[in-house]
Design a protein around this ligand. Sequence first.
Ligand SMILES: NC(=O)c1ccc[n+]([C@@H]2O[C@H](COP(=O)([O-])OP(=O)(O)OC[C@H]3O[C@@H](n4cnc5c(N)ncnc54)[C@H](OP(=O)(O)O)[C@@H]3O)[C@@H](O)[C@H]2O)c1
Length: 285
Amino acid sequence: MNTVTLNNGVKMPQLGFGVYQIPLEETAEAVYQAIKVGYRLLDTAIAYGNEVETGEAIQRAITEGLVTREELFVTTKLFIQHVGEEKAMKAIDESLERMQLDYLDLFLIHQPYGDVYGAWRALATAQSAGKIRAIGVSNFDTGKLIEFSHMNGVAKVQVNQIEVNPWNQRLTDEAYHEKLSIQMEAWAPFAEGRLDLFKNETLSKIGKQYGKSVGQVILKWLMQRGIVALAKSVRPERMAENIDIFDFELTVEDMATITALDKQESAFFDHNDPERVEWFMGLLS
Ligand SMILES: NC(=O)c1ccc[n+]([C@@H]2O[C@H](COP(=O)([O-])OP(=O)(O)OC[C@H]3O[C@@H](n4cnc5c(N)ncnc54)[C@H](OP(=O)(O)O)[C@@H]3O)[C@@H](O)[C@H]2O)c1
């Protein structure tokens, strides 16, 4: 498995397995299968409601000798109810407890709303105490990321997890992440299949040259851009397919052909859209 090195020296696998929207009763088995197939980066969140099941799968894989804790890289995220220093401190300890872990490899602020500065102080304190190896944010647009990096005053941002897929490629954002030495991590690399992504003729034609699927081409394109990518599937055969991408290379021409697919807009929603922000705030009541 390829790794990237974060700005605090921590190594992170470049391809990971996400557990968003996996039915609760299937999560532990899916995470266990993912580890068995070779995934080492696992991505959950308090908001997904499945930290317990993710933790159970990790414990099972360790007990059965499939992996050691040190070989895994486990991420979770604080949701909007947990921003603010005190609430975040408590939430961090609760996540560790739910996941039966002594430390998390990466803890992110899930959404760019509320007292993210307070939450950041809590994450930095937990990082200094050895409870978290790397800290970061998610869904921060580049303007906010620049401001937050310069103003938080306590710790470097290691990762920003944002939507990146062929419809929303974030090329300008990528340049700023590089400038700030912040690792870009892609959520929904397949745009959850929106706008028939898996049937796209351009991607399919590129894949045929190498005997690879559309999903494999997309993940390889992200790897070659230096982006960490999270793929999700509940099907073991797709988990295996998605990780089988380290035996071919896309050419410069292939990469340029994919660049031409960019619509430069979210396949989901804009985090600054007032209606969407209102929707998020509604979750607090
Ligand atoms: N930070 C955030 O705000 C945020 C937001 C969204 C997601 N995430 C993270 O990113 C991870 C991935 O994003 P996502 O789950 O939303 O979407 P995604 O990975 O883009 O797409 C997942 C969908 O693609 C299907 N799929 C997977 N591999 C496939 C293949 N090889 N061929 C055909 N279909 C395939 C899956 O179906 P099956 O399961 O049926 O195979 C599922 O419906 C999440 O699990 C989560 O950890 C973070």
